[in-house]
Design a protein around this ligand. Structure first.
Ligand code: AMP
Ligand code: MG
Length: 420
């Protein structure tokens, strides 16, 4: 059994980001930048008006004074107008500032009188002018390689005239749930059977990471069933198998993987819940001849790097107990997928919290306590056992207790936010 840190290190060491691609901005939300981006244009791009009003020379404006209106500059084409003392140009928000003008008087602050305006306010130089480059200078960094594209980042790229952005690859994944006791939700459940929840859980977690789930199937605790399921699943970058990785006679996943040539890198990690976790690598099997590229694949173009798909399939065997599957996904699978997608930050967001109770880990494994972070306080919720799905559903954060660690109520601790 290896430590959680060793396991994570070993997994991440084997992973290289997949080749990048160019995506239209409209499809890039949540992807990770594959290169550094710098401002091509300053923001604002030219001096422009922040208001609908009149462009004036501030020194020629006295409260109650009159100015002659000599032209009109709407937003759009720069008419290259000029303003001198005693003059005003009608102007609109976003329009370029006429030469000579150094202030805008809001239209609410004047009275129009034919071809003249009467100024009803004091005017200061610079007022309501948005200066070129005051928000963003040309050449300034706007997006770092490995950073996630958020809505505002996408808008910023658009403001630079960028239509397509180089981002990390989409990771495709397959899910296999194993167990003779499992029934798909919606099916008929016989005595002794349970409704299968890990596929739903893993599907949701994968989607939340930005991975594309290609298939989710169920296999019986039976060699042939597993072999066939794994053969189909290993056409993906990632295959996640839940259940069947423990030590019982019905835990056949490890042998089935070996039989198909998988290299098992990790089995059993000192983490609670989640000890039977397995990680292995295998060559991706070829997709069937009739499978055509997805619509998204067809739309995207390679961003200069090799477009040969990575031929390796990473296999994660997660324990069947729902909370174990959840915790091991977040601690091991999520960072692996993010790294494949080209992300820099692989950690769950953390927040400091005041601990509501005393907690001690007397066990020999790092313990993840499920709890709720509310108003800056963290308190454990529900039963802290690996099958306790209801308790997990009431939580929004995890607290990691290291081996032998003892924490006192009111201590400030960092908790991982899983509902990120
Ligand atoms: P296993 O890891 O296969 O020994 O399963 C451990 C526990 O998790 C057993 O109680 C299983 O019934 C349960 N379990 C396994 N797979 C699932 C699943 N897909 N959904 C819900 N519970 C599961
Ligand atoms: Mg099982």
């Amino acid at each position: 059994m290896i430590s959680e840190e060793q396991a994570r290190k070993k997994i991440l060491e084997t992973i290289r980001p997949l080749p990048s691609r160019l995506l239209p901005l409209s499809e890039a939300l949540g992807s990770f930048a594959a290169e550094d981006y710098f401002a091509r244009l300053p923001l604002p791009t030219f001096d422009n008006s922040a208001m609908d009003g009149y462009a004036v020379v501030a020194s020629s404006c006295a409260k109650g004074g009159r100015l002659r209106v000599t032209g009109e500059q709407p937003a759009g084409r720069d008419k290259q107008l000029r303003v001198s003392s005693g003059e005003a140009v009608r102007i609109f928000t976003g329009a370029p500032i006429p030469t000579g003008a150094d202030a805008i008087v809001m239209q609410e602050d004047i009275t129009r009188d034919g071809e003249e305006i009467v100024i009803n306010t004091g005017v200061e130089a610079g007022e309501f002018i948005r200066r070129r480059g005051c928000d963003l200078a040309e050449g300034q960094g706007i997006l770092a390689k490995g950073e996630r594209l958020r809505s505002a980042t996408i808008a910023l790229l658009a403001s630079q005239g960028i239509a397509d952005v180089a981002v990390g690859a989409e990771v495709n994944a397959a899910i296999i749930s194993t167990g003779d006791e499992l029934v798909k939700p919606g099916g008929k459940r016989d005595p002794g059977q349970i409704y299968e929840s890990n596929s739903a859980l893993l599907n949701a977690l994968l989607e939340r990471c930005g991975a594309a789930v290609n298939s989710a199937e169920h296999c019986r605790d039976e060699r042939e069933s597993l072999i066939e399921g794994i053969k189909r699943g290993m056409r993906n970058h990632v295959l996640i198998i839940s259940g069947g990785v423990s030590v019982g006679e019905h835990d056949l996943v490890k042998d089935a993987l070996r039989e198909l040539g998988a290299q098992i890198e990790i089995w059993r990690v000192a983490i609670k819940p989640g000890k039977p976790f397995l990680f292995g690598r295998m060559q991706q099997s070829k997709p069937s001849p009739h499978s055509s590229p997805s619509a998204r694949e067809r739309r995207t173009r390679s961003a200069g790097q090799s477009s040969v798909p990575d031929a390796e399939c990473l296999v994660f065997g997660l324990p069947g107990n729902p909370v174990s599957a959840f915790v091991t996904f977040l601690q091991f699978v999520r960072p692996a997928i993010l790294k494949m997608m080209g992300a820099t930050n692989l950690d769950l967001p953390q927040l400091p919290a005041k601990l509501a109770v005393d907690l001690t880990n007397e066990g020999d494994r790092a313990h993840y306590i499920r709890g709720k972070l509310e108003h800056g306080k963290f308190f454990p919720v529900g039963r802290q056992e690996s099958h306790a799905l209801f308790g997990l559903s009431q939580s929004n954060a995890l607290l990691r207790l290291d081996l032998g660690q003892s924490l006192k109520a009111d201590e400030i601790v960092d908790v991982q936010i899983w509902d990120w």
